[in-house]
Design a protein around this ligand. Structure first.
Ligand code: ZN
Length: 57
């Protein structure tokens, strides 16, 4: 998921709960950066989930 805290957006892995160290200024920035930093987004049972590089395997 993309989480908003203190006005900044971060990515949180929906499988293991790990977050990125990176913070993004906007929701769109987080989406744009997601693939660049090795994360994937996929649809699971009708919901979009964000998956960190450790959980992609
Ligand atoms: Zn993970």
């Amino acid at each position: 998921m993309i989480s908003k805290e203190y006005g900044k957006y971060t990515l949180i892995c929906d499988i293991c709960g790990a977050g990125t160290d990176d913070e993004f200024d906007s929701f769109q920035d987080a989406i744009d950066a997601r693939e660049d930093i090795g994360w994937k987004s996929k649809r699971v049972e009708g919901e979009w989930v964000d998956i960190c590089p450790d959980c992609i395997e």
